[in-house]
Design a protein around this ligand. Sequence first.
Ligand code: PLP
Ligand code: COI
Length: 356
Amino acid sequence: MEVKLNKATPEQLKTTPASMSGVVFGTQFSDHMFCMEWEDGKGWHNAEIKPYGPLLMEPSAMVLHYAQMAFEGLKVYRTDSGENVLFRPRENFKRMNRTAQRMCLPEIDVEEVLDALKQLLRLDSAWVPHESGTTLYIRPTIVATEEAIGLKVSSKYLFFIILSPVGPYYSQGFNPVKIMVSDKYVRAVPGGVGYAKTGGNYAASILAEKEAKELGYTQVLWLDAVERRYIEEVGAMNIFFVIDDEIVTPQLTGSILPGITRMSVLELGKHWGLNVSARRISIDEVLTGLKEGSVTEVFGAGTAAVISPVGVLSYKEEEYQVGNGETGPIANRFFEQLTGIQYGKEEDPFDWVESF
Ligand code: PLP
Ligand code: COI
């Protein structure tokens, strides 16, 4: 794929943040973006790296009405030796194609898009922050752009990648968060789009997240939509429990996102010889275990959230403290190892990181 390069003029170049402390996640964007278009009969074309800026789109563009879209989230890490690396980037673009299939979007060529991303990253490499725990967050997105408000498959699409320097996703950093289990709303149903990374899933979660925040919780833990009994995932991360000697996460049933961090935690745990599993976990099992002490740790896993210990779970207005409310040793071990591999401090036995 030939990528046209339209560099920002010196006047268009922005200054990179001097420090990431106090910068709210996902509010700053780099100098350039990658765009390409798709049209029936033409396929993907007009691949271009150009200055970051507004998109030209008619108000009738289909994505603005029916949310036919897909997005991804991955990061660039600056290692101690000054190299910039990606973490399992092909997994993100493969997942984007699985979302594309569900949302009737045209698929992308994983290698071509990865190559275009690397060109963009080389151009905007000064935007990869250096401070500990910071990264350049990458947001690839496909949206339906045909100008039509009938409900159908769009005949035109735009794919773009934008870059955002970020610090921790939660203001707490790597400190335990408080999570509210939702028994009022559900996020995704069997046969629905829960496994797809598409805007509608997140739009449907905002009210519950807003109500949880008003009550002092960071995010919502979703239960299954049928029985409202089995644990699914948190708003922006998958969830793990340490129950006796088992490290367990909900199995993939089609209504949760198959997280790349989740997969990496499972693979790391297996590699260490720990008892890791993916199975159905009921809310009763967790709450009883928290009361009786068999559930010793709860933590989330996601690209933005990294490994996020959970200190308190709330269900039906009752709060359950996890252990002593502090980060547990297992969450800590996964955090240290995963970020160690990502920032080049630890060996990478799985070849997960990729420089460019
Ligand atoms: N679940 C949801 C709903 C998410 O938004 C995310 C974040 O991407 C995850 C789980 C974790 O997925 P990953 O580890 O691939 O970032
Ligand atoms: C990510 O972790 O990459 C996500 O996409 C979550 C998003 C809500 C920031």
